[in-house]
Design a protein around this ligand. Structure first.
Ligand SMILES: Nc1ncnc2c1ncn2[C@@H]1O[C@H](COP(=O)(O)OP(=O)(O)OP(=O)(O)O)[C@@H](O)[C@H]1O
Ligand SMILES: O=C(O)c1ccc[n+]([C@@H]2O[C@H](COP(=O)([O-])O)[C@@H](O)[C@H]2O)c1
Length: 218
């Protein structure tokens, strides 16, 4: 039976088009600080942006290649099983039903994504479903809009604070190693024939080359 005494579960959603070392290092450090396994969860139909270049199954396959050889980070493909837009509130309700009302959940988001939280579906409801782990991201230090600041006020909690004894509702700041890597820049490099070596795991680069997801026109 899951409850507040259990290890927290951390979830990092993303488009992962493709997964890169910025995602992976941030998830790895967050996992250590939270004492939690991190589930990396590719969105099937990202609700807020154009459809990704690589198909959902390919983005999940690249994640599996990237995570090979360790057990702290795992793929969660639950959003791939829904054809509708991958709204986080739906995903968290589903996960909450599985783990129970008391189990601590942490949704990991980069500070760029968190700055846009007030545009997410039922965004205030999210604080009842999960804690947030907001990860620093170089080149992306957007100001939080007033309504988000107001919602976060009073929710901030230190990593050694008592968030573990609550299932949801706190905001943790995670100062991860600054890696200014983005999937957009990687796609741009691939489109002009450059090699994003050392920005993505070698196995991911090999699969991209073999499958041509970012060089072939649909
Ligand atoms: N280099 C990074 N450091 C810290 N967090 C990151 C980094 N890159 C992405 N993230 C976070 O990972 C999550 C998933 O990001 P996403 O898959 O959209 O990658 P991206 O590089 O931002 O992609 P794109 O350039 O296509 O927008 C988001 O919460 C995002 O803020
Ligand atoms: O639920 C929403 O309305 C919503 C709006 C924007 C983004 N999200 C989620 O935020 C996560 C990061 O998105 P992205 O575009 O930075 O990869 C990913 O899991 C998205 O599904 C969710």
């Amino acid at each position: 039976m899951s409850d507040a005494s259990a290890a927290p579960i951390a979830l990092m959603g993303g488009t992962f088009d493709p997964v890169h070392n910025g995602h992976l290092r941030a998830a790895w450090e967050a996992s250590a600080w939270l004492g939690a396994r991190v589930r990396l969860m590719p969105a099937n139909v990202p609700p807020h942006r154009p459809q990704p270049q690589a198909p959902a199954a390919a983005r999940a396959a690249m994640l599996r290649l990237a995570l090979h050889g360790q057990e702290r980070l795992v793929v969660d493909d639950r959003e791939l099983r829904r054809d509708s837009p991958s709204f986080t509130v739906d995903t968290l309700r589903e996960l909450r039903a599985e783990v129970g009302a008391r189990h601590p959940l942490v949704l990991l988001v980069g500070e760029d994504a968190f700055a846009g939280l007030a545009s997410w579906r039922e965004w205030r409801e999210l604080f009842a479903l999960t804690h947030f782990g907001v990860m620093t991201r170089p080149g992306h230090e957007p100001a939080w809009p007033g309504e988000l600041q107001a919602e976060v006020a009073g929710r901030e909690c230190a990593l050694d604070g008592d968030w573990r004894s609550a299932p949801a509702g706190f905001v943790l700041r995670l100062d991860v190693t600054a890696l200014e890597i983005s999937a957009t820049a990687i796609r741009q490099q691939l489109a002009v024939g450059e090699e994003p070596r050392y920005l993505v795991p070698e196995a991911v680069l090999a699969a991209i080359r073999a499958e041509g997801w970012y060089t072939r026109r649909a």
